[in-house]
Write a new protein. Structure first.
Length: 285
């Protein structure tokens, strides 16, 4: 008797779309202060290893055919490598970031100046928000995190600025202080396939878990163990999912759903509470 593999296999194949990413070289990367539970100034960062890991990430995007813009790093801003926090770009409009902590405040205007130099129309934020750390753009809506960094007022401001509905999600576990460490967009729904996400339910309040279940009944549910290596801090082009290499079960779940996991080791950045997605801003269309 033949034993059938009953795991869910995709009925249609996934399709990659060429993306336009923005990164900031980790020249000044270090853990010099602690503004999230991952950061411990007593733990040394291996700087040359961080540079190598970041290069691998950039080269991974380039080898997959994606564009990567570079924002010049600023001395004295050790977290600027986390370019996702620098704003939210949709089409030729951008919503600027306004950081929660004084340590990162100077990054907001620096990213805004760079976005302007690209010809984008940048809206100065009136409210605290950390860009794509808490705003994840789908074709039809923006998923927005709140609870630790980005304010609810900023959700409304982002919706008005980018003319796209925003769905607010409440984060409740300080280890998952940004939406992009609790939820990964696997398919933004801009192509022929519906939007698809993966998330760790424990990071969200009860009502936000319900919102997620209603919006994405078919979502991939990721284990706490994989969430704790920041496995959800992944970047997808619709087919290839660049995923922190420590998240092994998540990589298998991705394969089962028809994606191609591309594991990348960003362990030095984990010491600052960041990984793949944090180091990557996307210029959404
Ligand atoms: N050390 C940085 C902070 O706490 C990490 C930012 C990670 N970025 C992200 N998009 N989740 O602000």
């Amino acid at each position: 008797m033949t034993v059938l593999d009953t795991r869910v296999r995709p009925t249609s194949s996934r399709l990659p779309r060429t993306r336009h990413y923005v990164m900031c070289p980790p020249d000044h990367f270090a853990v010099e202060y602690a503004i999230n539970p991952w950061m411990d100034t007593a733990v040394a960062v291996d700087h040359s290893r961080a540079l190598l890991q970041w290069d691998v990430l950039r080269n991974t995007y380039l080898s997959l055919g994606h564009h990567v813009d570079l924002v010049p790093p600023m001395p004295g801003q050790p977290d600027m490598v986390f370019s996702a926090n620098g704003g939210l770009i949709v089409g030729d409009r951008a919503y600027g970031a306004r950081f929660t902590f004084a340590e990162r405040a100077a990054e907001g205007p620096a990213f805004a100046a760079w976005m302007r130099s690209q010809g984008l129309t940048v809206t100065e934020p009136g409210f605290t928000n950390e860009g794509e750390g808490d705003f994840l753009a789908l074709g039809s809506m923006i998923l927005a995190g709140t609870g630790f960094r980005t304010s609810l007022d900023a959700h409304i401001e982002a919706a008005a600025t980018l003319d796209r509905p925003v769905v607010s999600l409440e984060l409740v576990d300080p280890r998952f202080y940004h939406l992009d460490v609790a939820l990964a967009v696997l398919d933004d729904g801009n192509g022929d396939t519906p939007a698809d996400v993966a998330y760790y339910p424990g990071a969200f309040s009860r009502h936000s878990r319900r919102t997620l279940r209603d919006l994405f009944p078919d979502a991939t549910i990721v284990s706490e163990a994989d969430a704790l290596v920041l496995g959800l801090n992944a970047v997808s082009d619709g087919q290839n999912v660049i995923v922190p290499s420590q998240a092994r079960d998540f990589a298998e779940q991705l394969t089962d759903r028809g994606y191609t996991p591309v594991p990348v080791d960003l362990s030095e950045f984990l010491k600052s509470g960041g990984s793949v997605k944090c180091c990557t801003m996307e210029r959404h269309r």
